[in-house]
Design a protein around this ligand. Structure first.
Ligand SMILES: [Zn+2]
Length: 338
């Protein structure tokens, strides 16, 4: 089985964005109550939105199931209030649940959290519990910067976040560290803000002692870990200078990377420096980079092709494509056996 650990519903029917536009427009008059509109999307519209996109690509590329969450760039936790974020997250997660119900062998859900800048993260727990307990979701996306590019939240290792981690441990679900759109124009969302956040999260984990307090807490740092694998020696050296344990002992029992780097040399480097036990196959399709690489004639985000090009042992292939995902998202096994 081939599990793609990183997919978003980027092709959702237009009614979802119409809701968001109306919700955002209503914020312009703060004397008005929050927008309370409904979203009407039929099952056929959901099928149509996926058949020509994610499902078609799964079939063409030979992958089986995608760990699927709402469109990350649209989470935009910086817009409006905690209520805005809560309403928006609930609708987005409901829609993911409908996708997973229509296609239970193709998609397993991961939720967006109703974070809001300056609001203590306790406020996301009810939605996390709803998605895991009622919908059978297997993880969440946690935004380390709900301010959207201004980095006003404490580091991920700060006790500020502990209530969320306690709940994640209790539910046995991991979080993908995933920022959203950038409202700071100097950071391009997917080209700079995403990669900055991936790199920043890893350095925060080195500086802190989070995994002493939560030995079973698990994070996936997407986009191949940002700049981390390329600078592995820098991070090893910084950890050493800071009298931290080795990266293997200090971080790698809890932190995993996906394979969304979109070229073969990047995948080769990732596999060379990061232990295979810490890498999960992911493509983030249909996502940030949708074109075809003229040098290879293949889609940049067809990341399975890069792994297929490597001389991997059967054991390593199993870990990358299936085993590590089952280890990091243990709830997936129950979902897929239904
Ligand atoms: Zn993503």
């Amino acid at each position: 089985m081939i599990i793609d650990c990183h997919g978003h519903y980027t092709t959702a029917p237009k009614a979802l964005q119409d809701y968001r536009d109306a919700q955002t427009a209503a914020l312009k008059d703060p004397t008005q109550p929050p927008y309370d509109g409904k979203i009407n999307i039929s099952d056929d519209q959901i099928r149509e939105s996926l058949e020509g996109a994610q499902l078609k690509l799964q079939r063409e590329r030979g992958t089986d199931v995608t760990i699927f969450s709402p469109r990350a760039s649209a989470m935009a936790h910086h817009i409006g209030t905690a209520t805005t974020s809560s309403d928006w997250s609930r609708h987005c997660n409901d829609l993911i649940h409908r996708v997973c119900t229509l296609y239970p062998s193709n998609f397993v859900g991961v939720c967006q959290l109703p974070q809001s800048p300056g609001v203590p993260p306790q406020n996301v727990i009810a939605e996390l519990e709803r998605c895991v307990n009622e919908f059978g979701f297997i993880g969440c996306n946690l935004n380390p910067d709900p301010s959207g590019g201004h980095w006003t939240a404490p580091a991920l290792t700060d006790k500020y976040w502990y209530p969320v981690y306690e709940k994640m441990v209790e539910l046995d679900v991991p979080a993908m560290v995933h920022v959203s759109s950038s409202c700071n124009p100097v950071f391009h969302a997917t080209g700079a803000h995403y990669i900055n956040a991936d790199t920043t999260a890893f350095m925060q984990f080195i500086q802190g002692d989070l995994f002493k307090d939560f030995p079973t807490l698990r994070f996936i740092i997407p986009h191949g870990g940002g700049a981390v694998p390329f600078h592995w020696g820098r991070y090893r050296g910084l950890a050493q200078d800071m009298k931290r344990p080795t990266l293997e002992e200090h971080v790698l029992k809890n932190v995993y990377f996906d394979t969304c780097v979109y070229h073969l040399p990047g995948i080769e480097l990732l596999l060379k420096v990061v232990p295979v036990d810490n890498i999960l196959f992911g493509s983030e399709m249909v996502g940030a980079v949708r074109g075809i690489d003229p040098r290879t004639g293949q889609y940049y985000d067809d990341t399975k092709k890069y792994l297929d090009a490597l001389p991997l042992s059967d054991g390593d292939r199993y870990k990358l494509f299936e085993g590590n995902a089952r280890k990091v998202y243990p709830r997936i096994t129950k979902k897929l056996s239904k």
